[in-house]
Design a protein around this ligand. Structure first.
Ligand code: NI
Length: 202
C-alpha cells in the first residue's frame, strides 16, 4: 500500500507503448493496482494508467459513478481495474469532451473522442470481460487507454485554443453557459473563477 509519484507531461515514460501484463492474476499486479487506487484517492482523480506511476504496463484503474453523481457515493465499490484493455470504436460519431489529466496539472482541455466503443479487458482474476460504453464514460476510457499507447490528451486536440489554465476557464465557462454537460470537477473550476462575472453574461 503506497501512494505513488505521478509522472508529469514531458517525462519519457508517458510517451512509450506500455507492455502487456503477462499474468493478470500476479499479486504484484494487484498490489500495483491498489497503489494506483490509493494515489487516485489521495489526489482526487477519476482514473490513472500505470505509466503515470512509472510502470510501463497496460493497466488502468478508474472510478466513474462518483464523479458524475454525488448520490452514488454510497453505492458498492465503483473502482474498476482494467488489465490489457482493448478499445474498439463503434460507429464513426465523434464528440468533444472537457478533460483533465493528473500528468498535466493545472490545465484542462476539450478533446474529440469516439462517442461509443466496445472494450475487452481482463480483471484481476484473469477473467475476460467485454463491455460497451458511450458518452462521458467512453471519453474517460479513451483518455486512460491512450496513456498505454504514449498519448496525452493535448496530442488528440484539434483546437489548441481550448487548452487553458484551471484558474482561467473561459472556454469551459462558455460551454457550460451554452448548456454543455461537463464533469462536476470541471464545473467547480468555473464556479471558483473570479473572472466569470466580468467575462460571462450568465
Ligand atoms: Ni491522464
Amino acid at each position: 500500500m503506497a501512494i505513488r509519484k505521478v509522472a508529469a507531461m514531458g517525462n519519457p515514460i508517458l510517451y512509450r507503448i506500455a507492455e502487456p501484463v503477462a499474468d493478470a492474476t500476479d499479486p504484484e499486479i494487484a498490489r500495483l493496482a491498489n497503489d494506483m487506487k490509493e494515489t487516485l484517492i489521495d489526489i482526487g482523480g477519476s482514473g490513472i494508467a500505470a505509466p503515470q506511476v512509472f510502470e510501463s504496463l497496460r493497466l488502468v484503474v478508474y472510478r466513474y459513478s462518483t464523479r458524475l453523481d454525488e448520490n452514488a457515493r454510497e453505492q458498492a465499490d465503483p473502482w474498476v481495474t482494467l488489465v490489457n484493455p482493448v478499445l474498439t470504436p463503434i460507429g464513426g460519431e465523434m464528440i468533444s469532451g472537457w478533460g483533465r489529466c493528473l500528468s498535466i496539472p493545472g490545465l484542462h482541455g476539450k478533446v474529440p473522442r469516439h462517442k461509443s466503443l466496445s472494450m475487452t479487458y481482463q480483471d484481476l482474476s484473469g477473467e475476460e470481460i467485454t463491455v460497451q460504453a458511450s458518452g462521458a464514460l467512453a471519453t474517460l476510457l479513451q483518455h486512460e487507454c491512450d496513456h498505454l499507447d504514449g498519448v496525452l490528451y493535448p496530442m488528440r486536440m484539434d483546437d489548441i485554443s481550448k487548452l487553458e489554465f484551471n484558474a482561467e476557464p473561459g472556454h469551459l465557462a462558455q460551454d457550460i453557459a451554452d448548456g454543455v454537460n461537463v464533469w462536476p470537477v470541471l464545473r467547480d473550476l468555473v464556479d471558483a473563477w473570479p473572472g466569470r462575472e466580468q467575462w460571462m453574461d450568465n
